[in-house]
Design a protein around this ligand. Structure first.
Ligand code: SF4
Ligand code: SF4
Length: 154
């Protein structure tokens, strides 16, 4: 996350976010409580939820949706619980990730996980080998696919 280039702004992006969880970001007064609360910001100074909100308000849609940094958010909700303005920051981050996927900008690792969930219903598919190990440990077998989740993608 380098300097912000305002010439790249898309004025319709904020309108696109309005009505979604992103609509509340206008209330942000840049106190940086979210940054101080964020465990990712603590270990990676490049990750800054307040800056992502500012970039969204400036309409930097492409720069945000094509970025790797939105995927660093662990959805821990620490920022959202503490924001004095009641901004649903975590939900906003999730909304950005969903937009990035819809527009084809998800990174390869996320696309691979999506494919697994669509195909198997799980990120970590269970197979007969896993069930043999469970059996040895005295655990009951688990189903090898999860149709309820697969149906969500139909
Ligand atoms: S804590 Fe809330 S008001 Fe403060 S910078 Fe973050 S989003 Fe903005
Ligand atoms: S939800 Fe995301 S942005 Fe908010 S504190 Fe957790 S990791 Fe940071």
């Amino acid at each position: 996350m380098g300097t912000i280039d305002l010439d790249q702004g898309d004025p319709d992006f904020v309108k696109e976010l309005a009505g979604q969880s992103g609509g509340q970001i206008r209330a942000c007064f840049t106190c940086r409580t979210c940054v101080a609360s964020c465990p990712i910001s603590a270990i990676n100074r490049e990750f800054n939820p307040a800056k992502i909100i500012r970039m969204a308000l400036y309409g930097l849609k492409e720069e945000i949706l094509k970025s790797a940094f939105i995927w660093l958010c662990t959805t821990c909700y620490a920022c959202q619980e503490r924001c004095p303005q009641g901004v649903s920051i975590t939900d906003f981050m999730t909304h950005l990730k969903n937009m990035a996927i819809k527009e084809g900008h998800a990174p390869p690792g996320i696309r691979a996980q999506l494919k697994l969930v669509k195909g198997e219903g799980r990120i970590y598919p269970i197979d007969d080998f896993d069930n043999k190990k469970r059996n040895k440990a005295g655990l009951p077998p688990l189903p090898t696919s999860c149709d309820a989740i697969k149906e969500l993608f139909l």
